[in-house]
Design a protein around this ligand. Structure first.
Ligand code: SAM
Length: 249
C-alpha cells in the first residue's frame, strides 16, 4: 500500500521548501492541495511537474475515501495546503483520521509553520503554550472565548487576519487588561517581517498608530496569567516542614 505524506510548504520565503519536501512532491503519484492554482504556481517554481487535485474543507470528506482507495492500490500521495503545515488551521484532519482508521501509513515532514516560527522569536515563555487558532469572528463569541482563557497560565498563540487584528487586540485589552506581555509576529519570513512587543496597551497603540501594521498575516502571542503567589508560598512552606521532619530526631 502507498503512503500519505504531509508536506509543509513555505509561509512566505520560497527558500523554506526543504530538499526532502521537493523530493517527495516530485516522486509521489499525485498531490492533494487546498487551491490547485496557487499550488501549481509554487510547484512550477521548483520545476515539479505532478498531478494536483483539490482537497479543501468543502470536499474533504468526499475526497478522502477516493484518496484512500488510491493509497490502498499502492499510490503514494502528498498533502499540501496553501502555506505552512497542513492540518494546522488548514484542511487534512478528516483525511489523516480516515487513513489511520484504514491502516494507511501516514508520514509527516517537518517544516514551515507560523506557530513555531513566531513563538521561537517572541521572547515569551515557550516551555508550555496553547495554540488557540483563529478567535471567533463574532464579537460576543470572541470575548467569551477570551474570558474562558483569563486564568490560562501558558503562553497563548492565536492566528489573525488583517480584517480583524484591531478588533482582536481591543478585545484582548478589554478582557485581559492592558498590562500583560503581548507579542505580534507579522508577515513572517517575508519582506516586511515585523515583531511588535510590549504590554497589551503598548502593542495596541503601535498597531492603531500605523496602518501598515494592520496589513498582512499575524501571529498574536499573549503571556499566560501570572501564577498565584499565595498558593505557591503555602506549598513551599509545606515542603520545608516535610524536609525538616526527616532531619529531626
Ligand atoms: N498552516 C499554516 C501554518 O502552518 O502556519 C496556517 C494556515 S492559516 C489558514 C493562515 C494564518 O496563519 C494566517 O492568518 C496567520 O495568522 C498565520 N500565518 C501564516 N503565514 C504567516 C506569516 N508569514 N506571518 C504571520 N502569520 C502567518
Amino acid at each position: 500500500a502507498g503512503t500519505l505524506y504531509i508536506v509543509p510548504t513555505p509561509i512566505g520565503n520560497l527558500g523554506d521548501l526543504s530538499p526532502r519536501a521537493q523530493q517527495v512532491l516530485s516522486s509521489v503519484a499525485a498531490i492533494a492541495a487546498e487551491d490547485t492554482r496557487h499550488s501549481r504556481q509554487l510547484l512550477q517554481q521548483f520545476a515539479i511537474q505532478n498531478d494536483v487535485f483539490t482537497l479543501h474543507e468543502h470536499n474533504e470528506r468526499e475526497r478522502a475515501s477516493r484518496v484512500i482507495e488510491r493509497l490502498s492500490s499502492g499510490d503514494d500521495i502528498a498533502l499540501i495546503s496553501d502555506a505552512g503545515t497542513p492540518l494546522i488551521s488548514d484542511p487534512g484532519y478528516v483525511l489523516v483520521q480516515q487513513c489511520r482508521a484504514a491502516g494507511v501509513r501516514v508520514v509527516a515532514l517537518p517544516g514551515p509553520c507560523a506557530i513555531t516560527t513566531a513563538l521561537s522569536a517572541a521572547g515569551l515563555p515557550t516551555d508550555r503554550f496553547t495554540f488557540e487558532g483563529f478567535l471567533p469572528a463574532k464579537p460576543q463569541q470572541r470575548r467569551k472565548t477570551l474570558t474562558s482563557l483569563l486564568d490560562e497560565p501558558r503562553t497563548m498563540v492565536f492566528y489573525e487576519s488583517p480584517h480583524r487584528i484591531l478588533h482582536t487586540l481591543n478585545d484582548l485589552q478589554a478582557v485581559m487588561g492592558s498590562e500583560r506581555a503581548l507579542v505580534i509576529g507579522r508577515e513572517l519570513t517575508k519582506q516586511f517581517e515585523t515583531y511588535l512587543s510590549g504590554t497589551v496597551a503598548e502593542v495596541l497603540q503601535q498597531v492603531e498608530a500605523d496602518s501598515n501594521q494592520q496589513r498582512g498575516e499575524f501571529v498574536v502571542m499573549l503571556a499566560g496569567a501570572p501564577v498565584q503567589a499565595s498558593g505557591g508560598d503555602e506549598q513551599a512552606a509545606l515542603r520545608t516542614v516535610l524536609l525538616l521532619r526527616n532531619h529531626l530526631p
